[in-house]
Design a binder for this molecule. Structure first.
Ligand SMILES: Cc1ncc(COP(=O)(O)O)c(C=O)c1O
Length: 359
């Protein structure tokens, strides 16, 4: 991959990962099922629960992926939202809001939030580890069920997982996925897989702007199909193998090294705060802002310098002081030279801002 053409960030490209080792203890997971995406994992778990317990309300965090909110609202009527500060990992959920007949989806924000689940009578809890697959909170989760979108952490075109953590003690089983006849010519999920695989291949070999546009187009066509498909399509065996191959690899160890590296060189800023943790591995370099216009200015500056951050998620409105987040990718694709470049670019913006703000 040519970083001077393709830049930094966005989706993974196709890459050999055979040198990356598995984590030492993949046995935390208990029963699990793989899916084409995280949203199907959530849906499947909810229907597994419905078969054994009647549920009054499904509670989602207010600060959550807007596409998933929208997708779940199309499927379930009884959705409500609760507040939980996504940028303060000590802030805990107010469990007094819920009844024992409710179902609560708790989010492991950015891989550094650990949810304290109350003992005794309580609602059913599903924990979402999409931004913290194989982090401490994920491995040690005592939730009743867990789910994760996998394509954010492992280099696969699509992927999701639902599991019953061994540390949980819920007696509702995770039902097996129903087998279905799939028309391989027309099925939207298979098309989505092929389009995103194509995007990853084009990205890996991209040498010019035209190819860059082709990879982005193929990717967004695949993403649109995913957004419009509510049905749970069982994974084809060959696709399941692609996911299994990468599932327990220790991609987080690269993030840890890169983050330690970059934090040493970042200039302090009065404009944003870096969300991080000494003991845990965050999803990336997480930069939170109070002001969306400043975030947009920063984002544009990064893009001009070919760094493509993810914005998570501007549509949500919360009462906290810090409201908006950019994630700069520091995963296994990047090394110390890349970190140097990213830090230098961020520092340039920080110093410019400090200069503008001198009275
Ligand atoms: C926190 C969170 N959970 C679940 C999902 C759903 O994952 P997928 O896109 O694999 O369906 C997303 C999606 O982006 C997400 O951000």
């Amino acid at each position: 991959m040519q970083k001077n053409v393709i830049g930094y960030g966005s989706i993974f490209h196709q890459e050999d990962t055979s040198h990356i080792k598995n984590i030492l203890n993949p046995n935390f997971i208990g029963d699990y099922e793989l899916f084409y995406a995280g949203r199907y994992a959530i849906k499947h778990v909810i229907y597994s629960i419905f078969e054994h317990k009647s549920i009054n309300q499904i509670w989602l965090p207010n600060y959550y992926c807007p596409y998933v909110k929208n997708w779940l609202e199309q499927e379930f009527d009884a959705i409500k939202y609760y507040d939980n500060d996504p940028f303060d990992f000590k802030d805990q959920i107010d469990w007094s809001l819920f009844s024992t007949k409710d179902l609560v989806i708790a989010n492991n924000y950015w891989g550094i939030k650990e949810t304290n689940i109350p003992k005794g009578e309580r609602p059913i809890v599903i924990e979402d580890h999409s931004h913290g697959w194989l982090t401490k909170g994920c491995i040690e989760s005592p939730a009743d069920f867990c789910i994760a979108s996998l394509r954010k952490t492992i280099p696969v075109p699509l992927g999701g997982i639902a599991w019953k953590p061994l540390k949980g003690n819920c007696d509702i089983p995770l039902k097996p996925i129903k087998k279905k006849r799939i028309d391989s010519e027309t099925n939207p999920m298979l098309k989505s897989w092929d389009l995103i695989t194509n995007a990853m291949n084009v990205k890996a070999n991209c040498t010019n702007e035209e190819e860059k546009i082709a990879f982005l187009l193929s990717y967004s066509q695949g993403e649109t199909l995913l957004r419009n498909t509510l049905e749970i399509v069982p994974l084809l065996p060959q696709h399941k193998n692609v996911i299994r191959e990468e599932l327990f690899k220790d991609f987080n160890s690269f993030k840890r090294i890169n983050l330690t590296d970059i934090l040493k060189t970042l200039e302090p800023s009065k404009t944003f705060k870096v969300i991080t943790s000494n003991e845990k591995t965050p999803f990336g370099l997480l930069i939170a802002f109070k002001d969306w216009e400043l975030l947009t200015n920063f984002k544009q500056f990064l893009i001009t310098n070919m760094i493509y951050p993810a914005e998570l998620w501007p549509q949500n409105r919360i009462a906290q002081e810090y409201k908006f987040l950019l994630n700069i990718h520091l995963d296994f694709r990047y090394n110390d030279k890349d970190m140097e470049y990213v830090a230098k670019t961020i520092n340039q913006w920080t110093l410019q801002q400090a200069y503008i703000n001198i009275d």
